[in-house]
Design a protein around this ligand. Structure first.
Ligand code: UN1
Length: 498
């Protein structure tokens, strides 16, 4: 379609100014090159940022309900192209087809939800302490917003960031992950079909350390929203801090499921299995720790291991497959290194623990779903995000010990507790240090109408989705109007009362 010419700005598809390209490959079969994309650098990003800055004035003044109409049409187009996008997603980043459909569905839900914001209140009115003064505070756009998005939710996450920013009147420069440029091109093509005006959404494909870094540095970009690793997020946030840019970071997780003796055990096993191995463990909400109370530990472990062994791996395009490949070779090796670290630390591999090389699997990046026993909270595998199909069991005696183990990492995204006791549930809801808490549900599965994001080092305090999604891409303007027509100067605080 746009071989190489995959940057979109000034309303046109263009190649990188240097002529450099990068390829996207199928992680289930690395012989298959899916497409060639622009490898953007500073000059490309600056051109895209300029295009966004030029379009800002007219988009800001476009009535919000009209902006909402474009987003609503985008929802309809995503719905019409759901299957095609899902198949493209499975090919480009490996997740199994049902999950890929779910990823597109999150974007559809987000589009319809945010489109309605075009007719929702966008501020508040407060009484004045003075006579004949009207005052109100209104949300206003921040200007050009730069989005740096990951490959694991290549349609959903751009939509979480983009639709709120657009409804508020901002314009966008979008830098998708280098592993999923094809899906970003498809997403932008649909936005164009939905009627997004020239310059309002601009796309630059390329590497994080080139195009992503240039976006962070660009003087035309007022706000950055980033989802990715804590290491990169820390760097982006500190650069933005120096430049006084707004920045929203959605970073790592080390999520856990707590299973108490009184849990519905069958439900807990299913929840642990899905949270650990869904999306091959490549969700920021994946649970790589299961904290199990001593009374049920043996039964839980036997069942979890048996069901892990039975999981079917292969190309996610085949509907019978449960676990697809991981995204690329670097991730595959990183997961394997973590498993080696776990062994050296004294955890025992009950199943999995290796790169799969049998038959067709050898062509892709497949890691055997892995369960560790004897995981302890101080171990690196219990503290650091692995982002692969690896989980470990930590045994505890009591609810108190379980909650403190769950809270024992630097992260705080998603924590879950399985219990049938209402008192335990409410203690956990109060004491778990996470932006998302589940009772009797897996750690993955957040819905778009509630805020999504984490405490502690999972982020810098922002949330995506829900009405809070508007916070990162707007600022408040307080407005005071004197309608007295009096000649008397009135001042606040000091001369009004009495
Ligand atoms: C992510 O992994 O970055 O709750 C997002 C979930 C999904 C979103 C995950 N709705 O797992």
């Amino acid at each position: 379609m746009h071989t190489g010419a995959t940057n979109y700005y000034d309303g046109k598809w263009q190649p990188s100014l240097s002529g450099k390209t990068l390829d996207s490959i199928n992680p289930a079969n690395s012989d298959r090159v899916l497409g060639t994309y622009a490898r953007s650098e500073t000059a490309d990003v600056e051109a895209a940022a300029q295009s966004a800055a030029n379009a800002y004035h007219s988009w800001r003044l476009t009535p919000a309900p009209k902006r909402g109409t474009v987003i609503f049409r985008m929802g309809q187009l995503l719905e019409a192209h759901k299957e095609q996008l899902a198949q493209q997603m499975t090919a480009e980043m490996g997740k199994v087809i049902v999950e890929a459909r779910g990823d597109v569905q999150e974007a559809i839900d987000m589009a319809y939800y945010i489109a309605a914001f075009g007719r929702m209140p966008n501020g508040h009115i407060a009484p004045s302490e003075r006579e004949d003064i009207f005052c109100m505070a209104q949300r206003v756009p921040v200007g050009v917003v730069g989005l740096i998005t990951p490959w694991n939710f290549p349609i959903a996450i751009p939509s979480w960031k983009m639709f709120p920013a657009l409804i508020a009147g901002n314009t966008i420069v979008f830098k998708p992950a280098e592993d999923t440029p094809g899906l970003a091109v498809s997403f932008v093509e649909l936005l164009i079909e939905a009627g997004i005006p020239s310059g309002v959404v601009n796309l630059v494909t390329g590497n994080g350390n080139e195009a992503g870094a240039a976006l962070v540095e660009s003087k035309s970009v007022s706000t950055i929203s980033f989802t990715g690793s804590t290491e990169v997020g820390r760097h982006i946030a500190s650069r933005c801090g120096q430049m006084m840019k707004r920045v929203s970071c959605e970073l790592g997780g080390k999520n856990a499921i707590v299973v108490l003796d009184d849990a519905n055990l069958e439900l807990a096993i299913k929840g642990a299995l899905w949270s650990a191995f869904g999306t091959a463990g490549q969700r920021c909400t994946a649970a790589s720790r299961v904290i199990v109370q001593r009374g049920v530990k043996k039964r839980f472990t036997v069942e979890l291991v048996e069901r892990t062994r039975a999981l079917k791996l292969g190309s996610g395009a085949d509907a019978s497959i449960e676990i697809g490949p991981v995204v690329n070779q670097a991730q595959l090796l990183r997961i394997d290194r973590y498993v080696e670290i776990g062994k050296t630390e004294g955890a025992q591999v009950l199943t999995g623990g290796s790169i799969l090389k049998d038959g067709d699997l050898a062509k892709g990046y497949f890691y055997a779903p892995t369960v560790f026993d004897s995981m302890e909270i101080g171990m690196r595998i219990a503290q650091e995000e692995i982002f692969g199909p690896v989980t470990g069991i930590i045994e505890v005696e009591s609810l108190e010990e379980a909650l403190s183990a769950a809270n024992s990492t630097a992260y705080g995204l998603s924590l879950s507790l399985y219990t049938r006791d209402v008192n335990n549930a409410f203690r956990a809801m109060r004491d778990l240090e996470a932006g998302i808490v589940y009772i009797n549900l897996p750690t993955s599965g957040a819905e778009i109408q509630l805020p999504f994001g984490g405490m502690k080092q999972t982020g810098n305090g922002h949330r995506e989705a829900g009405i809070m999604a508007m916070d990162y891409c707007t600022e408040w303007k307080s407005i005071y109007v004197n309608f007295s027509d009096s000649e008397e100067l009135v001042r606040a605080q000091i001369d009004t009362i009495g």
